[in-house]
Design a protein around this ligand. Structure first.
Ligand code: NAD
Ligand code: MG
Length: 335
């Protein structure tokens, strides 16, 4: 059985209690429902407003996708900053590689980077081509170079090729974002197969190591590495025994590597998000209808709310920040 088949089977078990289909009574707070749920368009990031109503809050329509899932199939569609992020030249001329750049948090970082003047290469799985096409168009709309490199990062050789292709196509590398991840989930350790455990670790732990190791010879002083961890590293859920461990690994990797490469003028930081409205959650979270409800802000985050954080960590503005972990989890959890 291929790792992805196995992970799908496990996930089906984990989400077995979910109500299938969309709740018929639900009225989607999709794009542009202004006033009640807040607009997902336009000024949402620059205008002062109440963060509890800025973006959609539960209840959400029940929905489930096979991994890795597509942002374009989510209801409501996530906001990655497509219409709201405004650049101000903070990354002009930089060259960035973002894994999982097709959707979710990675896409928000990519849009923000391109609007700040960076050329961007994205990696994603081949089945995510529809989401990736949208991102490529968004980068090109900014007059920046977009490089699409699909492939499975659980393969070491592919990780080497990914970096080599990105460096060749972009003409160098200044920003590396290790953001791709799988989150299969399994309610009992007894049912957690070695194949699933191995697959999740390959994607979430080995791949950032392989990709970063391959990237190091190309990174010059001023370069930055950003790893996407999770609040799961600090307050692990019982159903994400494997995933939570990988996210804790991302933190140790960040802090150790930051010390190792500091004198080379390379900074390494991590972002540890809480619940964000992304395809990852449609493939593993047991009950999406209430997603984010119990957070102090009463809703999940939208990827657009993280774009500025990735820009800060990638830019020279964070020049004294290295080995740090930034949280964004709606008022709960650590860091
Ligand atoms: P997402 O589904 O949009 O992004 C995850 C991406 O990982 C996918 O788009 C896919 O391209 C990539 N990916 C998965 N398996 C892969 C493989 N084998 N090879 C290559 N690429 C692969 O979801 P997201 O929530 O934006 O996830 C991005 C990061 O955010 C992940 O590291 C995740 O752990 C982290 N995170 C998410 C949340 C959340 O609530 N959404 C919370 C904390 C941390
Ligand atoms: Mg995706």
């Amino acid at each position: 059985m291929k790792p992805e088949d196995d992970a799908s089977a496990s996930r089906r078990q984990f989400v077995g209690g979910m109500t299938a289909g969309l709740a018929t009574a639900f009225v989607s707070p999709a794009f542009g429902q202004q006033g009640q749920q807040g607009s997902l368009q336009g000024l949402s990031q620059s205008r002062k407003q109440d963060p509890t109503t800025q973006y959609p809050a539960p209840p959400f329509p029940q929905q489930k996708q096979e991994p890795p899932g597509l942002a374009s199939k989510m209801v409501p569609r996530p906001d990655h900053g497509e219409t709201s992020y405004k650049g101000s030249g903070r990354l002009v001329g930089r060259k960035a590689l973002v894994t999982g750049g097709d959707s979710g948090i990675g896409r928000a970082a990519v849009i923000a980077f391109a609007r700040e003047g960076a050329d961007v290469a994205i990696n994603y799985l081949p089945v995510e081509e529809p989401d990736a096409r949208e991102v490529v168009e968004l980068i090109r709309a900014e007059g920046r170079k977009a490089v699409a490199i699909p492939g499975d990062i659980r393969n070491e050789d592919f990780c080497s090729r990914l970096v080599a292709d990105a460096v060749r196509e972009l003409g160098g590398l200044d920003i590396l974002v290790n953001n791709a991840a799988m989150a299969a989930g399994q309610l009992s350790i007894v049912d957690l197969t070695t194949e699933q455990f191995d697959s999740v670790f390959k994607c979430n732990v080995y791949a950032p190591f392989w990709i970063t190791r391959a990237a190091m010879p190309h990174l010059k002083p001023g370069a930055t590495i950003i790893n996407t961890s999770s609040v799961e590293a600090y307050t692990p859920s019982e159903g994400f025994l494997d995933y939570a461990q990988t996210k804790a690994c991302n933190i140790a990797f960040t802090k150790s590597l930051a010390r190792q490469v500091a004198r080379q003028g390379i900074r390494v930081n991590a972002v540890a998000p809480g619940p964000f409205w992304t395809p990852l959650q449609t493939t593993g979270w047991p009950d999406l209808s209430r997603f984010g409800r119990d957070m102090p802000l009463g809703r999940p985050g939208q990827p657009a709310e993280l774009g500025p954080l990735y820009v800060f960590l990638a830019s020279q503005e964070s020049s004294y920040v290295t080995g740090q972990v930034y949280g964004a989890s709606g008022g709960e959890g650590h860091p």
